[in-house]
Design a protein around this ligand. Structure first.
Ligand SMILES: CC(C)(COP(=O)(O)OP(=O)(O)OC[C@H]1O[C@@H](n2cnc3c(N)ncnc32)[C@H](O)[C@@H]1OP(=O)(O)O)[C@@H](O)C(=O)NCCC(=O)NCCS
Length: 145
């Protein structure tokens, strides 16, 4: 594998990025596409992970409205056949670097409750009880930068 992380630079990149989210969240996890794509997409920084020229993962970071200088990350997705190789963690760390660059104090995220370990390993903490969102249990998590 020859992994590199960039940001979408063309309309085609944006289409391919959405394609990853359709494959992972809409088809694999059965989340309705109307819920998957939201207004935060317009203000978010999106990242693209490529293996050579093939797009294999994505994630986004955006200002968390209401919380002063906090940012929220999410929509981290890696194609099934590429999982378990540290790519998800690379996405997480890259989004944290973008946040640090913006002098962000804290990152917040809504983790699917069966994925908590993925974030706990990177020192996120669980904030409160699980709740249902988009038909899937989630927990709020945060990390001070
Ligand atoms: C979650 C996801 C992004 C992880 O990507 P990945 O590239 O496989 O993750 P990594 O290889 O960096 O995993 C790092 C660690 O996180 C943990 N982890 C990874 N996937 C996990 C999962 N599905 N559930 C719980 N813990 C997980 C493991 O402890 C792993 O360490 P290990 O390989 O030494 O056991 C990927 O499984 C995915 O795209 N899932 C579908 C979309 C999704 O659910 N996104 C997150 C929503 S909260």
């Amino acid at each position: 594998m020859d992994i590199n992380i960039t940001e979408p630079k063309s309309d085609l990149d944006c289409v391919l990025l959405r394609n990853i989210r359709i494959r992972v969240f809409v088809i694999e996890q059965q989340i309705p596409w109307q819920w998957e794509f939201d207004d935060y997409d317009k203000i978010a920084r999106h990242i693209l992970v490529k293996d050579q020229d093939k797009i294999i993962g994505t994630g986004r970071l955006f200002p968390y409205l209401g919380n002063n200088n906090d940012y929220k990350l999410g929509r981290i997705a890696v194609l099934k056949e590429y999982r378990g190789n540290g790519i998800g963690t690379k996405i997480l760390k890259h989004l944290e670097l973008i946040a640090k660059d913006k002098k962000v104090n804290q990152i917040t995220l809504e983790a699917q409750s069966d994925k908590l370990n993925f974030y706990l390993k990177e020192n996120y903490i669980i904030e409160g009880d699980k709740y249902l969102m988009d038909g899937i249990y989630h927990n709020l998590m945060s990390k001070k930068l």
